[in-house]
Design a protein around this ligand. Structure first.
Ligand SMILES: [Zn+2]
Length: 411
């Protein structure tokens, strides 16, 4: 009944990726930049061509509205983010916007209107390169913790308020972007997997069950800096050796967890950091990502016990300072069932899997029923110009999105 134009999806992905194209063949489209403003303009055109009205909210999310037959009913929302990481790929974020627009376009071409209004959103600052992850959806959800846009700055010291002004947004009105959850029926995000589970399984489509919880902390290992020649090996308090042992133990335990959680020590700051002094201090961040609370608990217990042992064995002090904690999110079971039924109806093979990356859907899930569709990433490459998803997989996943949006918005 409705026909999707896959060529148009591919063409638009290309058009969008050219805005902010950098010399490495990637795309750099940071929120509130001149490139970002041009991308918003292009998305606005796509919205209008699909019969939608266009609105930019107070934080800079751009929203296309396809009015339903009964405008009093809460609207079905879909979409993803329009910002990229520096030197990012073509598909991350952009795919979820462009595929959702194509679904509406297929209705528009057929002259069909659903019962419920459908809104497609291109969110701002999901990657959080400047002002923190999921800024756009956090504003919608009203969980900005009353942060003052004058006080939040990027790494160049430019405030959010100033950046907003660059694209003619008044940061004093930021609260107006907050949405009443009662007006939103549900949120559905299509996104690339960014991992390689689907690709390895040879599956064209994923239905996401959970979104990962992320725990971050700073570890400081204090030993004693001393002469690297005159300090006997058995009398040293070598912070780097202790930090290395701890890192290896963290790695080994995570490896043995068989995918239930992942742990990363992403950096080490060593002082004094010279060739002829026993390292006196190491500061390093530890990140643990998990789906089930009990896996986090056991990882955390193991880490605490191991840190104590290492502290004793190497005569160092280990202190721990929390950075941030985000709980894992279970996506909406009823919506997952709608997706599964839609997939079965369309004879689309799919795999249920969790997301090990954070998404706007995680924030939206805190206020409204939310679900996600994953498109396979070839070799699991993402946040890279080499990011790639196959045309036939994109088509199949967009078919699932269309079938599901049609069911949710009502015949
Ligand atoms: Zn993304």
């Amino acid at each position: 009944m409705f026909s999707l134009d896959i060529q148009q999806i591919i063409l638009r992905l290309e058009q969008l990726s050219q805005i902010g194209r950098d010399s490495n063949g990637g795309t750099t489209r940071l929120s509130y930049s001149a490139e970002y403003a041009r991308a918003m303009e292009l998305i606005g055109q796509y919205f209008r061509q699909a019969g939608m009205t266009v609105q930019i909210d107070a934080i800079g999310n751009i929203i296309g509205t396809y009015s339903g037959r009964n405008e009093k009913l809460p609207a079905v929302w879909s979409g993803s983010h329009l910002d990229t990481v520096p030197n990012g790929g073509k598909y991350d974020g952009a795919l979820g916007i462009i595929c959702a627009i194509e679904c509406i376009n297929s209705w528009h071409k057929a002259g069909w209107r659903p019962e419920r209004t459908v809104r497609i959103i291109a969110t701002i600052e999901e990657e959080g390169n400047q002002f923190g992850m999921c800024l756009g959806t956090r504003t919608i959800a009203g969980i900005l913790n009353n942060s003052d846009p004058q006080q939040i700055s990027n790494s160049e010291g430019i405030s959010l308020a100033e950046k907003m002004q660059d694209i003619s947004l008044d940061s004093r009105k930021i609260k107006q972007a907050e949405c009443d959850p009662d007006q939103i029926h549900c949120f559905l995000e299509l996104h690339i997997e960014q991992g390689e589970e689907l690709d390895l399984a040879g599956m064209p489509c994923g239905i996401v069950t959970d979104i990962v919880g992320i725990h971050r902390q700073w570890l400081t290992i204090d030993g004693k800096p001393n002469h690297a020649g005159t300090t006997r090996m058995d009398r040293r308090k070598d912070a780097l050796v202790a930090a290395s042992h701890l890192t290896l133990e963290i790695y080994r335990n995570a490896l043995n967890a068989n995918g239930r959680y992942v742990a990363t020590v992403g950096a080490m700051r060593i002082s004094p950091g010279v060739v002829n002094i026993v390292p006196g201090q190491v500061v390093m961040p530890l990140e643990i990502r998990y789906i089930a609370d009990q896996d986090f608990e056991s990882a955390h217990n193991f880490f605490t016990a191991t840190a104590e042992n290492i502290s004793r064995n190497y005569h160092v002090e280990i202190s721990i300072e929390p950075i941030s904690h985000t709980d894992p999110v279970q996506l909406n079971k009823e919506l997952i069932t709608v997706l599964e039924q839609a997939a079965q109806h369309r004879k689309i093979p799919y795999k249920n899997l969790p997301s090990w990356a954070g998404h706007d859907a995680q924030i939206m899930a805190s206020i409204v029923p939310t679900a996600m569709i994953f498109v396979p990433s070839v070799q699991g490459i993402s946040h890279s110009p080499l990011e790639f998803s196959r045309q036939q997989d994109i088509f199949i996943c967009t078919e699932l999105l269309l079938e599901t949006l049609t069911r949710l918005a009502g015949n």
